[in-house]
Design a protein around this ligand. Structure first.
Ligand SMILES: NC(=O)C1=CN([C@@H]2O[C@H](COP(=O)(O)OP(=O)(O)OC[C@H]3O[C@@H](n4cnc5c(N)ncnc54)[C@H](O)[C@@H]3O)[C@@H](O)[C@H]2O)C=CC1
Ligand SMILES: O=C(O)[C@@H]1CCC=N1
Length: 273
């Protein structure tokens, strides 16, 4: 296992949606703009990141020279060209932390010099509000020391769990893509308010606060979601009338199929390696 040469230096390679979410979260924590560099292929986007967050944007090799921990935050389809750019610039003293959906640690290792430690992660965009859910796993050359570095990095923006790599595609489908399912549901519920004649702003306020209250109950009450739902569902009342329609329209089955499709897509992205 390689020693970490510059444990505090961090580079984010790929400054898109998740790259910026992680960057902004880390800057809200203990790291300052001098501790983080970014590498972003699109010049306009790189300039935006420099302007907005006060960090330096460097090319990939420059970023690898400036930091010991490199977060790969490009699309799975772009990972191979990024790894090709990185291969000559890194040593086993670096730590690679990849957030790319589907891309395995074995694949990343196969494109880099022997012995480079790789930790694969799946965070989500609530990193923007320090409420990310991230799962991490170690590749062949990453030990406890490397997992701990990745863990503390991602704990700055939310909660972190360790899982075996065999579970990462399922995690991607559940919590990686998960925020989109909740946003979709909220969007549809606001539309229902419009259907019922409420002003959009009022419908949005009602539903967003209901989502927040329900989420806090899910986290803090210690009760199972079924118990929480039963407590809302009065005999012969309004809620059961709605639940019947959800069952008639196959919403539970749709969610099972949707999340299974996301997991299969994550595997496909990995298999395209
Ligand atoms: N958006 C999300 O909620 C999540 C995304 N991910 C993963 O994060 C990765 C990035 O996803 P997004 O941020 O959504 O995509 P994005 O398209 O917003 O960002 C990717 C960025 O990488 C840049 N880029 C591409 N090749 C580069 C290179 N060689 N050097 C430097 N920059 C390069 C692109 O210009 C772009 O700005 C993907 O692999 C995705 O699977 C993981 C968890 C959640
Ligand atoms: O949609 C995607 O592929 C990425 C991975 C998880 C969330 N967004």
């Amino acid at each position: 296992m390689g020693e970490l040469a510059l444990p505090d230096g961090l580079a984010i390679l790929g400054g898109g949606k998740i790259g910026e979410a992680l960057l902004s979260g880390l800057l809200r924590g203990e790291r300052g703009p001098a501790d983080i560099v970014v590498s972003e292929k699109h010049a306009e986007r790189a300039a935006y990141l420099e302007r907005t967050h006060g960090v330096r944007a460097l090319d990939v090799a420059g970023a690898a020279g400036a930091a010991a921990t490199l977060v790969l935050a490009v699309k799975p389809q772009d990972i191979d060209s990024l790894l090709a750019e990185l291969a000559d610039a890194i040593t086993p003293a670096h730590l690679i932390v990849s957030v790319a959906a589907g891309v395995t640690t074995a694949h990343i290792q196969s494109r880099l010099p022997a012995g480079v430690p790789v930790v694969r992660c799946m965070p989500n965009t609530p990193a923007l509000v320090d409420q990310a859910m991230t799962a991490i796993c170690a590749g062949d050359h990453a030990g406890e020391q490397h997992l701990a570095v990745a863990e503390s990095l991602l704990q700055a923006v939310g909660k972190v769990v360790r899982v075996p790599e065999s579970q990462l595609d399922a995690v991607t489908a559940l919590s990686g893509s998960g925020p989109a399912y909740f946003f979709y549901l909220v969007e549809a519920m606001i539309d229902a308010g419009i259907l019922l004649g409420l002003p959009r702003a009022l419908a949005a306020e009602l539903i967003v606060q209901t989502a927040i209250g329900s989420a806090v109950m899910l986290r803090d009450s210690g009760e199972h979601p079924v118990q929480l739902r039963e407590a809302v569902t009065s005999p012969g009342g309004t809620t059961i009338a709605a639940i019947r329609e959800l069952e008639v329209h196959g919403v539970r089955a749709a969610l099972l199929a949707a999340i299974e499709a996301a997991c299969l897509r994550s595997r496909e992205l990995g298999a395209a390696e």
